[in-house]
Write a protein of this length. Structure first.
Length: 275
């Protein structure tokens, strides 16, 4: 009985720390007054970084998963503009060179579906365009973030993206190991429970409707991991490639694909794609 109470106490403390950190990071990110659009257009195309699935469902924590990638891009000539929210002051994006920003498609501690996440991406892109004067943006998305963007392009706006880099994105479904849980939560092409990652199952009607050809006018780039001859430990390597785009397979797992220090080959591919 005492052991059970101790475990429950530990779980409560962990949950409290996650929520506390989310609130703190959110308050830090929101400490900017809404302002008017930037008068001068940003030089170059803004680069938007989008995270993958995050079990905390905290947008602030999810955004931090791409901080290392943003920092490395900053060392290669991009201007690091941190985290950008749609309510932030446009002055935050003023720069004398191409900017790179992180944002999230999540709403605070709210589980939703990919269709709604795509609407949130739409608001972020529209705001960045408004603030910078840029006609298009470039996007680097990890894992599920790539599927969110693909839905956005297919169903909301296909004219706002110039280059689109996907890291470990299951473009044909194809999850394995722990990801096989998604397949077990699908029945007759629909989710048995309302969890976003379930829609990534290759048996889900969402993925079947999404798997269309690349949109003309957008440059697609994909990176797949291969650590066991099957995939990156979560996503099948054969599921990542999308159309006849530029494609790379690297010996990196699903998490390290987005980290330049642990997967330099993927980062070199990203830089080459953006240039």
């Amino acid at each position: 009985m005492m052991k059970k109470r101790f475990i429950m106490l530990i779980l409560f403390v962990v949950a409290f720390i996650i929520v506390l950190n989310a609130d703190f990071l959110e308050s830090k990110s929101r400490n900017v007054v809404t302002g008017a659009a930037v008068n001068n257009a940003t030089i170059g195309y803004p680069v938007l970084l989008l995270h993958g699935f995050n079990p905390t469902y905290s947008p602030r924590i999810a955004e931090f998963s791409l901080k290392d990638l943003q920092g490395e891009l900053a060392s290669d000539g991009f201007v690091d503009k941190g985290i950008f929210l749609v309510e932030n002051n446009c002055d935050q994006l003023r720069a004398s060179g191409p900017i790179v920003v992180r944002t999230s498609y999540l709403e605070r501690l709210k589980v939703s579906d990919i269709q709604e996440y795509a609407q949130n991406v739409n608001r972020s892109i529209s705001r960045i365009q408004e603030c910078t004067g840029a006609e298009k943006v470039d996007i680097i998305a990890h894992s599920m973030g790539g599927i969110v963007v693909r839905y956005y392009l297919q169903n909301i706006d296909d004219s706002s993206v110039r280059k689109f880099v996907m890291l470990g994105t299951p473009n044909r479904g194809g999850l394995y190991n722990v990801g096989e849980l998604a397949d077990r939560l699908v029945e007759n092409g629909a989710s048995r429970v309302s969890l976003d990652f379930v829609e990534l199952s290759q048996n889900h009607g969402f993925m079947e409707a999404l798997n269309e050809e690349p949109i003309p006018g957008i440059e697609y780039y994909t990176v797949a991991g291969d650590v066991d001859g099957i995939g990156d430990g979560l996503v099948l390597k054969d599921s990542v490639r999308f159309g006849n785009n530029s494609h790379l397979v690297v010996e990196c797992n699903h998490i390290t694909l987005k980290n330049p220090s642990f997967c330099p080959q993927a980062y070199e591919f990203i830089i080459h794609s953006l240039n």
